[in-house]
Design a protein around this ligand. Structure first.
Ligand code: NDP
Length: 387
């Protein structure tokens, strides 16, 4: 049966990988919607290649350009905040939610209402808006599949298990490009160096988050939100080769881990094809590579971001929204060379001391309005703290 699919954030790293997976069996898919923000050329090229029925370019400045590029095609072009349910008529079989940042929250809520399966890469939507997402997941009986490699692995390892079965869940971290750099040199690193991840080719934001381990802070929160396991079960372990994605220690004495190559097409194709996925031809297991695998504990003096995990999980329910908003602002300031690399985590810590912090952190997380107000407040505070 032909699958009707949508990709939110089609022009990004995950979006492109998703289309690469589909390319192998184009005839199995009816591409109903592709979205992007600025990259109108890529979006138009993808629309032509995959004969997309609709495209949505969020930045209205590029609407006319997309229209022009797609003038000879059947693709309908939308822009701005056009509600997805107005674009997509009827039910989708599968949606990939791969917009970066909290900008992906509203579109993810929208697709949960109209898609049978939603694969979520957009971790910021999960950590800020899980209370809202889960309400609609239940109401519309939508199947949610995490795409983040660690979460995809935890899902595979813990299917049917409860807190009573599990002792510990390890999320691995490569340690990023500065794992072996002396702590004193971290203040001087450039955006180009920070974005140069040793194992993964990803978008800029997640690459910076990986370099200071903020990505792991988000991943622990993400796992805690998605799975029903206690927060004290999670641990981060550095594994520079990124071959093992997560490890679960069970109470029956078994320890299981999931290993695969650093290629996001593997979790993506598994969410697309389910258990019948056999489209991947992976290399024979390389024993030399296996014998070089190493693991070590995180040094919180070098990566102080990890101390934010406890704060995010124990202060108020909207603390992750505050930390995420602050981090989004700071990553952009770092990328445009307005602040140094270490200022990201330092400034996030300052926001906890603000007199209004508790008021915003304690708001009800099940309201999109509350999340937006808290997000706006944190952005403004962070900007003020950084100038
Ligand atoms: P990219 O930066 O490569 O792509 C982001 C996508 O989101 C682009 O299509 C971009 O459009 C679109 N976008 C950005 N801002 C907006 C906005 N305001 N409104 C609408 N669309 C917007 O990111 P990645 O693909 O690397 O990551 C996407 C998500 O997946 C992130 O949450 C990340 O943490 C998560 N993730 C990524 C992994 C990876 O390997 N890349 C691994 C695991 C999780 P445009 O191109 O036009 O700017």
């Amino acid at each position: 049966m032909i699958k009707k699919i949508a990709i939110l954030g089609a022009t990004g790293s995950i979006g492109i990988s998703t289309l690469d997976v589909i390319k192998k069996n184009k005839k199995d898919f009816d591409v109903v919607l592709l979205t992007a923000n600025n990259n109108y050329k890529k979006l138009s090229q993808q629309a032509k290649e995959f004969k997309a029925r609709n495209v949505l370019i969020s930045n209205k400045l590029f609407y006319k350009k997309v229209k022009k590029l797609l003038r000879n095609s059947k693709t309908k072009v939308f822009c701005g905040n056009t509600p997805i349910k107005k674009i997509v008529r009827g039910k989708l079989d599968y949606t990939m939610s791969a917009i970066v940042g909290i900008a992906g929250l509203q579109p993810t809520v929208d697709v949960i209402k109209i898609s049978k399966i939603v694969a979520i890469a957009n971790k910021e939507a999960i950590i800020c808006g899980w209370d809202i997402l889960s309400k609609y997941i239940k109401k519309y009986k939508t199947k949610i599949l995490p795409v983040d490699s660690e979460h995809f692995s935890i899902m595979e390892l813990t299917e049917g298990k409860t807190n009573n079965d599990i002792e510990e869940i390890i999320i691995t971290a490569s340690g990023g490009p500065f794992l072996n750099l002396h702590k004193n040199k971290m203040s001087k690193v450039t955006p180009t160096e920070a974005a140069n991840h040793p194992n993964w080719k990803m978008g800029k934001k997640i690459s910076i988050d990986s370099a200071n381990l903020m990505n792991k802070v988000f991943e622990v929160i993400e796992a805690y939100k998605i799975f029903n396991f206690r927060k004290d079960k999670y641990r981060i372990v550095i594994h520079p080769q990124s071959y093992v994605h997560s490890i679960v220690r069970f109470k029956n004495g078994l320890i299981k881990m999931i290993l695969y190559n650093t290629d996001m097409k593997i979790p993506i194709s598994n969410t697309l094809y389910g258990k019948k996925n056999n489209i991947f031809k992976i290399r024979k297991i390389d024993t030399k590579f296996l014998s070089k695998m190493t693991f070590e504990d995180v040094n919180p003096k070098k990566f102080p971001s990890v101390n934010l995990i406890k704060k995010c999980l124990n202060f108020g329910p909207l603390t992750p929204t505050i930390v995420n908003a602050s981090n989004e602002v700071l990553v952009n300031l770092f990328l445009t060379k307005k602040i140094g690399f270490l200022d990201i985590v330092k400034t996030i810590n300052k926001i906890f001391k603000d007199k209004d912090f508790k008021k915003y952190a304690k708001r009800n997380p099940a309201s999109l309005k509350n999340i937006k107000m808290t997000d706006n407040w944190a952005r403004l505070k962070t900007t003020n703290l950084s100038i």
